[in-house]
Ligand binder design. Sequence first.
Ligand code: URA
Length: 240
Amino acid sequence: MAVNEALRRQYLQYMGITSWQKRSVVPTDTPREVVAELVEVSETVEADAAAVVPDVHKLDWPALTESILSCRRCELHSKRKQAVVGVGDHNADWMFVGEAPGAEEDRQGEPFVGPAGKLLNAMLFALGLKRADVYIANVLKCRPPQNRDPQANEVEQCEPYLLRQIELIQPHVIVALGRHAAHSLLKTDKALNKMRGEKMLYHDIPTVVTYHPAYLLRNPADKAKAWQDLCLAKGIVEVS
Ligand code: URA
């Protein structure tokens, strides 16, 4: 079964529709106004189905990926080139969570491939890791215009996808890159400096908060503190 068809069936099942029939052919003598109305109703039903996020906790990777790529739950979908699902090992010990795709990520469909991504790669290298060894994702899967901060409703609509990714991967440590990732995961509005430097918990998964690589590019003096945070995370993985 094609992924789209599988997903459509899942949507219908989650909506409580367990049996369906192919749409009957409209008789040729049906008045034009009635046909127009039928088309409008069927288009609305299809649009509503696309806006529904099924219970993501039941989605496997292919269905989750398809669900993210076709998501229209918030307005960001209308401006994106593509949604950015995430990249890396689905069984990784390490998971890195950023804020949202930027222009380059929106173009390439992969998180952290712009300047901040180059620094993230260097941070991974210093830890003895490659991108393929870890999983990298963002809180928002679509690029906010002009890279503005994520809005609360966008986080709320998109969050189930990240949570399902974490649930499927079950990483030994999550590294929250920047305050947006930390606030979204840890449900707090504390300042980043009040969260970094200690082990936090996201649903029993050890979580370390550190600076966002884009911030570190502007404030290189804080790289030493980010390195301490990464060493804390490495220590957690080593004993897990
Ligand atoms: N910044 C992020 O938070 N995520 C990306 O994917 C790229 C830049």
